[in-house]
Design a protein around this ligand. Structure first.
Ligand SMILES: [Zn+2]
Length: 469
């Protein structure tokens, strides 16, 4: 820092000298000002030159000021009596007790500990609660002045705030409710090992990572298709209490680059007047239909089939196939295998009717679902079956859980997609299935939002360029 200051000063003086030589008589003044702020945080040097009459002809004023230093003793006393507060923040843990919490927050205050141990609001609102955002204010003796915790238990737009405060040497506590403030966050990242590793690095909450996987679930199988170097950009709502993010809101737009191909999505609610009216509901013309995700060109991302029969989750994303499924006895392996812990929920990839639910050789517990156009999907080796033959199922509906029944050497889901009895690549079918466009009357409003979304996504994509490889 000092070097930089000297360089700035030297530059000033050199410049002043040059100016002086060139305008020897006309130079009125050279001012070099160096401002040192907060111990030399930065320096500003300025040179002011004005061409005027010869400096020798100007009258000279001399200003004399007497400076009397303050006596040392009062200064020392003032320093002694000066107290300051320290602020710290943390997150509550399920194992927190009055003592362990205060210790972690660097507070040494037996009176505060005694209060926390007996206060019922603290017992209910803080201890045994995981992930509550904490802020403390302590004095310079590490005594507690204020401890506050905030969390958002319900999806009602509010958050709770527990405040424990010291007033006139006694503590009191109160529980408040206040509205959450919505703000928009941009984030981006590149996949090195898993989607969650990348979203963690970008400080994107799990709820948002899962939304991204769901939004593109018609195009990308997040279990099997992720590639190193895939990238995501996301713009999402975050709901904050006292400036702390307490709840992840909806993803507003997202881009996922998978294997070099870019997929983009934007949340859009069609005005009811321009969309097909739901039957039997007297919606006012200004009301909105249920929203959904669309490509930026206006095609719905909702497809007839999901790319994967397993919902994306943190538990299964790190679960690797550590075995070879028994394949020798099968003429050919004509399905897709998903390694997953026993009990992982399995979902129907599309609307349909249960054709078979029970035990078959090799398959173990297996479900066959018949969809439109002679499409059939098969879910095998299940530990649990949650549907019955003849039952109607909808897309995404839970139908059972993964297992290792039948000819399986380890827990996994064997999944097949058949068209007229012939095996097909499920992902190809999912991507090919038709999508619904935005209605023509809503298109102008949609396109305005889409161009905004494009800009925001471009900004979000910039955020990942700085991150390490
Ligand atoms: Zn298989």
């Amino acid at each position: 820092m000092k070097n930089r200051l000297f360089t700035a000063l030297k530059a000033c003086l050199t410049f002043a000298r040059q100016i002086g030589q060139r305008y020897a008589k006309a130079m009125m003044g050279v001012v070099a000002a160096v401002l040192l702020l907060s111990g030399g945080a930065y320096a500003v040097a300025s040179v002011v030159v004005s061409l005027g009459p010869d400096v020798a002809h100007l009258p000279i004023h001399e200003v004399v000021e007497t400076v009397t230093p303050l006596p040392l003793e009062p200064q020392a006393a003032a320093l002694d009596s000066h107290h300051f507060s320290l602020y710290r923040s943390d997150v509550s843990r399920s194992t927190d007790t009055a003592d362990s919490l205060l210790k972690r927050l660097g507070i040494d205050d037996p009176a505060a500990a005694a209060f926390l141990r007996t206060d019922s609001k603290t017992q209910q609102g803080l201890f045994g609660r995981i992930g509550r955002s904490l802020k403390v204010e302590v004095n310079d003796a590490n005594h507690l002045l204020v401890l506050s915790a905030r969390w958002s238990p319900d999806d009602d737009g509010n958050f709770k705030r527990l405040v424990i405060e010291k007033k006139e040497n006694t503590f009191n506590s109160r529980l408040e409710t206040a509205p959450l403030a919505a703000s928009t966050r941009l984030a981006g990242g590149a996949i090195q090992s898993s989607l969650f590793a990348a979203t963690d690095e970008a400080q994107v909450p799990d709820a948002v990572a899962i939304q991204i996987a769901e939004i593109f679930s018609g195009d990308i199988d997040f279990y099997r298709d992720l590639r190193r170097g895939d990238r995501f950009s996301v713009v999402y709502e975050t709901l904050e209490g006292d400036g702390e993010p307490l709840r992840a809101g909806r993803v507003l737009s997202a881009e996922f680059v998978n294997g070099g191909k870019s997929y983009q999505a934007m949340w859009f609610q069609q005005p009811a007047a321009s969309a097909p009216q739901p039957q039997g509901e007297g919606l006012a013309t200004h009301s909105l239909t249920k929203g959904g995700y669309y490509t930026l060109e206006g095609q719905s991302l909702r497809r007839a089939y999901l790319a994967s029969p397993l919902a994306f989750s943190r538990v299964t994303s790190g679960f690797k196939m550590r075995f070879h499924p028994i394949q020798k006895k099968w003429a050919a392996h004509l399905g897709v295998d998903y390694a997953a812990p026993i009990g992982t929920p399995v979902r129907s990839v599309g609307d349909g009717v249960v054709e078979f639910a029970g035990v078959q050789n090799g398959f173990g517990n297996v479900i066959f679902i018949k969809h439109r156009n002679s499409h059939t999907t098969v879910y095998a080796h299940l530990s649990r079956i949650a549907v019955k033959r003849g039952q109607k199922v909808s897309q995404g509906q839970n139908i059972g859980a993964t297992g290792a029944t039948g000819w399986a050497t380890g827990p996994h889901l064997h999944y097949e997609f058949r068209v007229n009895g012939v095996h097909q690549n499920p992902l190809t079918i999912a991507r090919k299935s038709e999508s619904i466009p935005v209605s023509p009357s809503a298109k102008p409003a949609f396109m305005r939002l889409a161009s905004e979304a494009q800009l925001q996504l471009a900004a979000a994509a910039m955020l990942q360029s700085g991150s390490g490889q």
